[in-house]
Design a protein around this ligand. Structure first.
Ligand code: CMP
Length: 143
């Protein structure tokens, strides 16, 4: 079963959007297999956002994600990576459709509420950065 890494960013946590966001993925039918409220270290942030290292906003991105707690999650389900990205909406809130998380709650590209893995490779890498194997649960199949 496919898994993805989703993270409510500091702006989403401070605006009390954890419940709203978790609820959307629960209602969609995905299963939460890991979650924790945590403070991201500079080292972890730089590792997570490594692909953006050369971008002019890299420093800002690391400062923001380490500025206050995030809510880190692993979700599981069929096509969860692509579906979660659709539910999140476009990275830049000026382009995110109404009804999506960013379309409803975000106004700027820097503070866009939520992060989600963009491919199976990213999902595996990001889950490994934020979670140990024994922090993830397994559900028995529904009969
Ligand atoms: P995220 O999905 O977490 O992955 C990379 C992040 O970089 C992205 O969300 C945006 O929040 C952020 N980002 C992209 N473009 C800019 C920008 N021009 N200025 C600041 N942050 C940006």
């Amino acid at each position: 079963m496919e898994r993805t890494y989703l993270m409510v960013k500091p702006d989403g946590v401070q605006r009390n959007l954890i419940g709203e966001i978790v609820s959307r993925f629960e209602k969609k039918g995905f299963q939460l297999v890991g979650a924790k409220l945590m403070q991201v270290s500079k080292e972890t942030a730089e590792l997570h956002y490594g692909e953006h290292k050369e971008r002019p906003f890299f420093g800002e991105l690391v400062d923001f994600i380490t500025s206050s707690p995030v809510f880190a999650m692993v979700w599981e389900g069929e096509n969860v990576i692509a579906t979660a990205r659709q539910m999140m909406g476009a990275t830049n809130p000026k382009d995110s459709a109404p009804g999506t998380i960013r379309g409803e709650f975000a106004a700027t590209v820097g503070k866009n509420i939520i992060h989600g893995s963009d491919s199976p490779e990213s999902a595996e890498r990001e889950i490994g950065i934020f979670f140990k194997e024994n922090e993830l649960v397994e559900y028995s199949k529904l009969i």
